[in-house]
Design a protein around this ligand. Structure first.
Ligand SMILES: NC(=O)c1ccc[n+]([C@@H]2O[C@H](COP(=O)([O-])OP(=O)(O)OC[C@H]3O[C@@H](n4cnc5c(N)ncnc54)[C@H](OP(=O)(O)O)[C@@H]3O)[C@@H](O)[C@H]2O)c1
Length: 256
């Protein structure tokens, strides 16, 4: 059976790598991003080469109206939604000490990184539960892309850390609520991955990697995260839900 997947923030970076990995494996995709469709036309054409159905659902996941619109577009363009990948996220526009963080920056990051994914998941979960009596072994799957920042304190982007720590609890909450219904919920925690998000601080991280910051001696690539997400979506980590997979080159292991 071909499955339909929504990847928020699927138009570039980690989300796009996940999209490529899933398209290659026959999944039909709804790609979400904030830019208009015209700006991502080449990305969509590239994804279509694998033969899957690809639609673009432009919308800001922090907006209730946009979330509803995105799900309506999927219903019309693909039909039933089987898998949700909560990947879209932003860093604070400015890295500022928590003593100087503004309420506006806090709200923006929390709305996009946590409130949006929470209420999108709530809606998708309800749709999945409405279909629970259908004769299918696959009831659905949800993957949340959080970050090592869920457990690593960075005082210069505290709002980002709080949003990702919240996503960890959100993963557990939905895993508990949906576990008995046969819908696994997972969290993937990337470390430092080379994307537009890290472009401005890449030199600093490259130097840190050189000095032994990660056990795997390189920066992460979007494809590293995509491979893990594909394994989860394909059901290749059975008998697990609410679990976290760190794709961070080993940087999170406390050492003495
Ligand atoms: N890169 C890293 O080192 C790293 C590490 C740990 C975790 N992460 C997490 O991984 C996820 C992807 O990061 P990335 O590095 O791939 O970021 P990225 O290259 O900056 O791409 C962000 C994606 O999210 C979309 N997006 C941003 N705001 C949105 C909104 N309000 N509504 C819908 N879509 C929105 C963007 O859409 P447009 O293309 O339309 O702008 C884009 O597709 C994020 O949740 C991030 O926190 C990244």
């Amino acid at each position: 059976m071909s499955r339909n997947v929504l990847i928020t923030g699927g138009s570039r970076g980690i989300g796009l790598a996940i999209a490529k990995e899933l398209a290659k494996n026959g999944y039909h995709l709804a790609i979400n991003g904030v830019r208009d469709e015209h700006s991502v036309i080449e990305v969509l054409e590239d994804l279509k080469q694998y033969g899957s159905k690809i639609i673009y659902c432009q919308g800001d996941i922090s907006s209730n109206e946009d979330r509803i619109k995105i799900l309506q577009q999927i219903k019309k363009g693909l039909g039933v939604l089987h898998v949700l990948i909560n990947n879209a996220g932003v860093a604070p526009r400015e890295r500022k000490d928590i003593l100087d963080m503004s309420a506006d920056s806090y709200d923006r990051v929390m709305d996009i990184n946590l409130k949006g994914p929470f209420f999108l998941t709530q809606e998708v979960a309800k749709q999945m539960l409405q279909r629970k009596n259908e004769r299918s072994d696959f009831k659905g799957c949800i993957v949340n892309v959080s970050s090592v920042s869920a457990h690593t304190a960075s005082v210069f982007r505290g709002e980002y850390c709080i949003s990702k720590a919240g996503m960890s609890m959100m993963t557990k909450l939905f895993a508990v609520r949906l576990g008995k219904e046969g819908i696994p919920v997972y969290e993937v925690q990337p470390g430092v991955i080379e994307t537009d998000m890290t472009a401005a601080v890449l030199e600093k991280y490259q130097k840190m990697v050189h000095e032994g910051f990660t056990l795997v001696p390189r920066l992460g690539q979007p494809g590293d995260v995509a491979i893990a997400v594909k394994a989860l979506v394909e059901g290749n980590i059975p008998y697990a839900t609410g679990e976290t997979i760190k794709i961070d080159g080993g940087m999170s292991i406390p050492t003495l």
